[in-house]
Write a protein that binds this ligand. Structure first.
Ligand code: SAH
Length: 255
């Protein structure tokens, strides 16, 4: 993995100064890819002031209106959270483990690290788009960490872990090439429509089925040949549902 393959995504940042400070934190750690999802004010003079010269990060930042646009081409998506999440069963890491996890990725795998709003962090819907969560361990009696400070700490851990790894030739073994978020989203849509057709899932009362399915496949992090196999099985299940065996042709239904 290289630092160029890490994207920092800031969601709904209210204070433009925090965007500037985050850009400064990024550049000190060698990170350059910044996405902003619905920033309250951007571009903004306060952001430029707080960037203290890291203007190139701000000038090249990509502004989008939905998190999905920011992560569509990413293979690994990691959410940051000040609190440990009890409702969502994603694998959780601390900042150091996160750096090591990212450093271990194949260099093809683009990784997004998502940071939430100053007031309310990330929503459950946004956390659901993440495969893993990272928390920076803090003083339990004063746990409020500024957004840009969080970017600095996570960026530092990534930078240290990647630099260590690059100096260690024993890591040159084969690594797994993962699929992008967009491919995973198509797979989840296919999975859901199959469950609906099989009447396993009632779209009026979906319960938490798809959240659990996401949790399972998020943990597995399939490769693209594995995903093709699973989609083939889904298509076969869809075909079986609607046609008697002797009327079925072999064409696969792809969503
Ligand atoms: N009141 C919010 C705090 C948001 S702080 C809440 O309780 O969630 C703004 C953002 O900074 C968070 O969404 C997260 O991205 C990051 N952040 C703050 N503290 C963090 C911590 N201890 N570990 C990881 N990220 C943290």
């Amino acid at each position: 993995m290289s630092l160029n393959n890490i994207r920092i995504v800031l969601i709904g940042t209210t204070h433009p100064g925090n965007i500037g400070s985050a850009a400064r934190a990024m550049l000190t750690m060698g990170l350059t890819d910044l996405y902003l999802v619905n920033p309250a004010k951007f571009p903004n003079a306060q952001a430029t002031t707080m960037a203290s010269g890291a203007d190139s990060i701000l000038a090249n930042a990509t502004v989008v209106s939905h998190l999905q646009e920011a992560i569509a081409d990413c293979h690994v998506v990691i959410g940051t959270s000040a609190r440990s999440q009890r409702t969502i069963q994603w694998p959780q890491m601390d900042a150091r483990e996160c750096g090591e996890f990212i450093a271990e990725q194949d260099y093809h795998n683009k990784t997004a690290i998502i940071f939430g709003r100053e007031s309310s962090g990330l929503s459950n819907e946004e956390l659901e788009l993440c495969q893993r969560l990272v928390s920076i361990p803090v003083n339990p009696d004063f746990s409020s960490l500024n957004l840009a400070s969080a970017v600095q700490v996570i960026g530092y851990e990534c930078s240290v872990a990647i630099n260590h790894q690059q100096g260690d030739a024993s890591h040159d073994n084969v690594k797994r090439q993962l699929v992008t978020t967009q491919e995973m989203e198509l797979f989840y849509q296919h999975f859901e429509s199959t469950l609906i057709e099989l009447r396993y899932l009632d779209p009026e009362k979906p319960r938490l089925i798809m959240r659990k399915i996401r949790s399972i496949f998020g943990r597995i992090e399939p490769e693209s040949t594995e995903l093709n196999l699973l989609r083939g099985i889904l298509s076969a299940a869809q075909g079986r549902k609607f046609l008697p065996r002797n009327q079925r042709n072999d064409k696969k239904t792809i969503n």
